[in-house]
Design a protein around this ligand. Structure first.
Ligand SMILES: [Zn+2]
Length: 184
C-alpha cells in the first residue's frame, strides 16, 4: 500500500479490506482539505508541493493499484462518536483511483461506470459488489453529513520533519481551513 509510514487504515466497516476504499466526504467537510487550502492560500501552495514531492519519492510515484500516480490523496478517518475527522495519511494515486475515490463526482460528470469498472478491477470484485460498496458508502455519507465535524491534523503535526514543513505551517492550515466554505 502506498501510504505514509505503511499505516493501514483502521477499518470502519463498509469499505475496509479493499485496496481501493470508497469513502465519501460528509458535505459539511467538503472543500476543507489541504489540497483546497493550497489552491486558496499562496503561502500554503509551496508547502503542499513539498509534501507532494516527499510522498511521491516515498512511493516511487506509484499508486497502490500499480499504475503511475498523478495526485496526492488525503486519507481521513472518521470518529463517528465524537464527530472528528482525522487526517490519517497520504496516498499517491493514479487518475483512475482518484476518480473512483470521488465516485459522487464521477457520476456527476458521466464517468460513474468507468469508476465502477476500476473499483472492480483493483479490488477484484464483481459489478454487483462494486455497486454495493458505493451504495454502502452513500448510506454512511448521508448519516455523517447530518452532523457538524471537527478536524484533527495531529497526524500531520507529528510528521512535520519528515514531510519538510513546520508546526507553524500546520497552525496556518488549521486556521485557514476552518474559514474555507464547504458550499459548492
Ligand atoms: Zn490507481
Amino acid at each position: 500500500m502506498a501510504r505514509f509510514g505503511g499505516r493501514e487504515q483502521s477499518g470502519n466497516g463498509a469499505t475496509s479490506g479493499f485496496t481501493l476504499k470508497i469513502e465519501l466526504v460528509p458535505s459539511p467537510l467538503w472543500r476543507k482539505t489541504l489540497a483546497n487550502l493550497a489552491r486558496n492560500n499562496s503561502a500554503w501552495r509551496s508547502k503542499w508541493q513539498t509534501i507532494r514531492s516527499t510522498e511521491m519519492k516515498r512511493t516511487g510515484g506509484k499508486c497502490a493499484c500499480g499504475a503511475q500516480a498523478h495526485s496526492l490523496h488525503e486519507v481521513w478517518e472518521y470518529d463517528d462518536r465524537e464527530h472528528v475527522q482525522r487526517l490519517a495519511g497520504f496516498e499517491t494515486v493514479c487518475s483512475d483511483c482518484s476518480l473512483a475515490q470521488h465516485i459522487g463526482r464521477a457520476f456527476q460528470i458521466g464517468k460513474g461506470e468507468e469508476a465502477l469498472k476500476h473499483i472492480m478491477k483493483v479490488n477484484g470484485i464483481t459489478y454487483t459488489a462494486a455497486n454495493e460498496l458505493v451504495e454502502k458508502a452513500k448510506i454512511v455519507w448521508e448519516i455523517r453529513s447530518s452532523y457538524e465535524w471537527r478536524q484533527d491534523l495531529g497526524w500531520l503535526r507529528n510528521r512535520v520533519g519528515a514531510l519538510g514543513i513546520t508546526l507553524e505551517d500546520v497552525d496556518l492550515a488549521e486556521e485557514v481551513i476552518r474559514g474555507l466554505s464547504s458550499d459548492y
